[in-house]
Design a protein around this ligand. Structure first.
Ligand code: B12
Ligand code: SF4
Length: 506
């Protein structure tokens, strides 16, 4: 498949000046306390996709990616050198303050400032109050292109479908923009606009692999009550296997990529699609290993072998809880039996599993937490993250606890699922303690086979006693009650690895 980004063509602009658009990713790895310890760095696919789309339509685009920067001084320098008509900032809650400062700087230097991405979509007023001219809701490609044209033409940008502006204290929304129907029509991401080699060499140094992120679909048809799906909502659109292969081939040929993270909310929803993709990955001899997110109800365990042959190395599994009651309260739509089946199948097939677990969702009791710990101990996933439930604005969970909120997930410390942001059933210290119990359990799992079983058993019992007799009375004012069982009932499986912060789960 030809790469449309290779031969940009304007859409009949005539002699009018081409718009200049600067796209900014305000994420700075150094300032993210969670990311500092980790290696999961990829350039923003959203900006790469926007860049490619705009460029295909004759817009001059540059991307300023702050990921590896020490501070945001590059913003001023780049605006001065490129003098964009429009500066577009990709927003996440974690970087809100920095994004607002960039918006103000852009306007001060004479550019039109527009925000897009998860945080601005969820709370546009904060961005419009904070210095931005407008916010683009949802999918940005067509809206941003039209907006850039309007800015150069000096015609009214406010009526562009998908745009929202501020009128006094209120929002003025233009009509919504329909979602793109044909994702195959999108150009390949404009990787050349960012320092791909910077990302790839970092990966190579840390893992020996040149890793890149790829998205094969947009949206998710499910409705887990704590999940925020700001850009694509509950729509689900997918690229054809052929288009995905073209993207993989380009990454291999241009950047020697040998490992891909499929970032889809849920990867491979349709069996036929997945079978065709796996077949092509093998027959085209791409030589890529990959990882993906999966729902336990959708992971096709009978296809695991083919997935393995096609390069599957790791699966992120949204387990969330070991209590069926909690899964139902979260509207997760999954069963514990499915978790067990998938965990066992992945183990058998030798695929690493990374579990997402969540504590503190409304309705959860200590017994439910014990059930989760028991499940965790039983399957001993190689990797995991256990976070405290975060009520993200725009979700049903947020609505549910609206009158019990204690803060906004806006600072480093509050992200990564470490802080309790609403009045939950128990104090924050209890959840922190429970998190520590998972880490302890993981360490015990890691030590299995290396230390004598008897010693491990003794250590396990000592930890239980500490929980029952010391921690629970201090944290709850009463002794803890353990429902988990140790010893021979806990099968010894692959040792778990280090915990990592909460990332999106499928
Ligand atoms: C893949 C992914 C990751 C990957 C790769 C991140 C990356 N560099 O792109 C990893 C695992 C590394 C990751 C890390 C983090 N992630 Co993340 N991630 C995702 C995920 C699953 C997909 C993002 C994606 O690539 N989408 C595909 C592109 C095409 O879509 P898009 O980025 O939304 O962009 C479109 C529109 O939003 C819009 N748009 C976007 N930006 C802009 C800018 C302008 C100017 C305009 C006009 C339009 C526009 O147009 C784009 C094209 O249509 C989303 C969930 C989701 N489904 O969106 C979470 C999500 C974005 N991540 C989230 C979070 C919290 C994080 C972390 C902060 C977590 C952490 N610290 O541990 C880090 C931040 C790292 C970073 N570099 O920013 C949250 C953000 C919530 C919020 N309100 O801030 C999300 C929404 C998950 C969730 N539901 O909680 N993430
Ligand atoms: S958590 Fe995953 S499966 Fe559930 S709604 Fe969000 S993206 Fe979809």
């Amino acid at each position: 498949m030809a790469d449309p980004t290779a031969a940009p063509h304007g859409l009949g602009r005539g002699s009018r000046e081409s718009p200049r658009v600067l796209l900014v990713d305000p994420y700075m790895a150094r300032k993210d306390p969670m990311e500092r310890k980790l290696v999961e760095l990829y350039p923003s696919l959203g900006l790469l996709q926007l860049g490619a789309y705009l460029r295909q339509r004759g817009v001059k685009v540059e991307v300023l990616d702050l990921t590896f920067e020490r501070d945001a001084r590059a913003v001023r320098r780049r605006i001065r050198s490129f003098s964009p008509h429009l500066v577009g900032v990709h927003t996440k809650t974690l970087m809100r303050e920095r994004s607002l400062a960039i918006g103000r700087e852009a306007r001060e230097l004479g550019a039109y400032a527009v925000a897009g991405g998860p945080d601005a979509v969820t709370d546009p007023l904060a961005y419009l109050h904070g210095g931005f001219d407008s916010v683009v809701l949802g999918e940005g490609e067509a809206t941003l292109t039209e907006l850039a044209d309007r800015i150069v033409e000096k015609t009214d940008p406010e009526s562009v479908p998908g745009v929202v502006v501020r009128r006094g204290e209120r929002l003025a929304r233009a009509p919504a923009r329909p979602f793109l129907r044909d994702l195959d029509a999108l150009p390949l991401p404009a990787w050349d606009l960012v320092d791909m080699e910077g990302y790839l060499s970092r990966w190579q140094k840390q893992t020996g692999e040149r890793r890149s992120a790829v998205l094969t679909s947009r949206g998710c048809p499910f409705d887990c009550s704590w999940c925020s799906k700001p850009a694509f909502g509950r729509t689900f659109r997918q690229q054809s296997p052929g288009r995905v292969i073209a993207e993989l081939r380009a990454l291999v040929d241009r950047y020697c990529v040998d490992y891909v993270r499929f970032c889809d909310d849920v990867f491979g929803i349709h069996r036929g699609w997945l079978e065709e993709l796996l077949g092509r990955m093998v027959s085209d001899e791409l030589g890529i290993r990959f990882e993906c997110l999966a729902r336990v109800d959708l992971l096709k365990t009978d296809l695991l072998q083919s997935m393995r042959s096609a390069g599957l190395a790791r699966v992120y599994v949204g387990v969330e809880s070991g209590s069926q009651k909690m899964l139902d309260l979260m509207n997760r739509g999954t069963r514990l039996t499915q978790v067990e089946r998938v965990a066992a199948a992945l183990r058998e097939e030798g695929v690493r599993q990374f579990w997402f677990l969540m504590l503190g969702y409304p309705g959860e009791t200590l017994e439910d937490i014990e059930a989760t710990l028991r499940l965790f101990r039983r399957f001993s996933p190689e990797e995991y993250s256990v976070s405290i439930a975060t009520p993200v604005p725009g979700t049903r969970f947020h609505e549910l606890v609206r009158d019990r909120l204690r803060g906004r997930p806006n600072s480093g410390a509050q992200n990564g699922g470490k802080a309790l942001l609403y009045e939950a059933a128990y104090p924050e210290a209890l959840y922190r303690w429970e998190q520590a119990r998972f880490h302890w359990e993981a360490a015990m799992g890691k030590a299995r086979g290396r230390l004598p079983a008897e010693l491990l058993d003794r250590l396990g019992r000592a930890a239980d006693q500490l929980h029952e007799r010391v921690a629970s009375p201090i944290l709850l004012g009463r002794p803890g009650r353990l429902t988990s069982e140790r010893g021979s009932s806990a099968p010894s499986v692959n040792p778990p690895r280090s915990p990592v912060p909460e990332t999106p789960s499928g």
